[in-house]
Design a protein around this ligand. Structure first.
Ligand code: THU
Length: 142
C-alpha cells in the first residue's frame, strides 16, 4: 500500500465534492484488497439529512460493485478556500468501516498533503467497536 498514491486519489475525489451548504469539501480514496481504488466525495442535500460523507460514498460505490474486502482509506477535507487540516471520519463512517474491515489491520490515513499524514488502525479510532463478529459471539472483545 502506497499512502502517497492513495492520498493523491483522495485529493482528486475531493474536487468532486458537492457541498454547497457546509462549504466543507471532503475526498476519500478506498483501497480494496484486489488493488482497486474507489474514490468518494461528500454529497449534501438542501434538506440536509440525506448528506453522505466522502468515506461512505467510497464504501458504497465499492460494495455496490461486489467488492467487500479492503486494506486502507485516505481522507482529506476542510473548508473550501482554506488549507486542509486533518479530517477525522465521523462515527457513522467508522461504523461502516467496522462492517467491512478488520479493525486490527485496516488503515485510516488522515492527510494534509501527500507528505504530511497520520496513519491509524480502525481499532485505534473505534475501540471496542461492534461489528459482524459480535453478532456471532463475543470473541471480538479480547
Ligand atoms: N464530512 C465527510 O464527508 N467526511 C468526514 O469525515 C467528516 C464530514 C462531510 C459531511 C458534510 O458534507 C460536511 O463534511 C460537513 O460536515
Amino acid at each position: 500500500m502506497n499512502p502517497k498514491e492513495l492520498i493523491k486519489e483522495a485529493f482528486l475525489a475531493r474536487e468532486k465534492s458537492y457541498s454547497p451548504y457546509s462549504n466543507f469539501s471532503v475526498g476519500a480514496a478506498l483501497l480494496a484488497s484486489n488493488g482497486q481504488i474507489y474514490q468518494g466525495c461528500n454529497i449534501e442535500s438542501a434538506s440536509y439529512t440525506p448528506t453522505n460523507c466522502a468515506e461512505r460514498t467510497a464504501f458504497f460505490k465499492a460494495v455496490s460493485e461486489g467488492i467487500t474486502s479492503f486494506e486502507a482509506i485516505a481522507i482529506v477535507g476542510g473548508k473550501k478556500e482554506e488549507p486542509v487540516d486533518f479530517c477525522s471520519p465521523c462515527g457513522v463512517c467508522r461504523q461502516v468501516m467496522m462492517e467491512f474491515c478488520d479493525p486490527k489491520s485496516f488503515k485510516v490515513i488522515l492527510a494534509k498533503s501527500e507528505e504530511e499524514y497520520k496513519e491509524f488502525t480502525l481499532e485505534e479510532i473505534l475501540p471496542l467497536g461492534f461489528g459482524p463478529k459480535n453478532m456471532q459471539d463475543n470473541s471480538a472483545i479480547d
